[in-house]
Design a protein. Sequence first.
Length: 278
Amino acid sequence: MTSDIQQWIVSQAQAGHAATSLLKAMCDSGWQEEAALETIQKTLNQFLEQRSVALNLPAPVAVPDISLEDAANTLNLGDRVVGVVMAMQVPRVVVLSGFLSDEECQALISAAAPRMQRSLTVDHQTGADQVHAQRTSHGMFFSRGENEVIQRIEHRLAKLLNWPLENGEGLQVLRYQPGHEYKPHYDYFDPNEPSAASVLARGGQRVATVLMYLNEPTRGGGTTFPSVNLEISPQKGSAVFFNYDRAHPVSRTLHGGAPVREGEKWVATKWLREREFK
Ligand code: PD2
Ligand code: ZN
């Protein structure tokens, strides 16, 4: 881990620790808990902002999120009720069950199968797509709204995330066979790479990802978050959401597709941009 990330994590931990002690002290000396919390929150935000400036981090941007305020175990997305399996704050990761029906999973696989090609990564120097050992899956992109099933899923995602449908890239479908993997990476674009200007011109940064599992490999193929020792097992119809408000490792959103050991893995990825993706 580079020292600026370590410093950032330490400053967040210090802030959290200080806030807990401070809240107790303020309540002991007669503050109403709500007023004390509000004051601490403001002070903490100022503290973290000062640390960001000192460490030269990019400023945070608005990101999509899943509202779980009423602690519901299910979410009604209008056309479908989905289960909330797991929610984590830092990094923000939410796992949902039953996000896609079996029919939707099958429809995506059937439409994608004839169009699969070796997956590419972006060459950071030029911005061009290239074959890379980091990513051994096969994949394809649908256009946004390409067919009725995709339109339905894109509307569901927009409702889930409260984020404009137009800010989404076209849905990508990936297929991994035994031994195939996607080594840990960040989904945002590195703003310091020479290719940044051209990729960012199409709707700004990526700010969130939704992975949807279309089937279940027999063994392996989990989605990993090595910075927080998290691994999500691929379950047909489930979705993993995560967001990143800074294009920087402090987002702690390093993630990868672990090698498939047995069977095949099919997954659909939706990347969300800051603005309309053109
Ligand atoms: O297939 C996955 O589990 C996976 C893991 C990491 C997909 C992606 N990233 C991606 O499509 O960005
Ligand atoms: Zn990824």
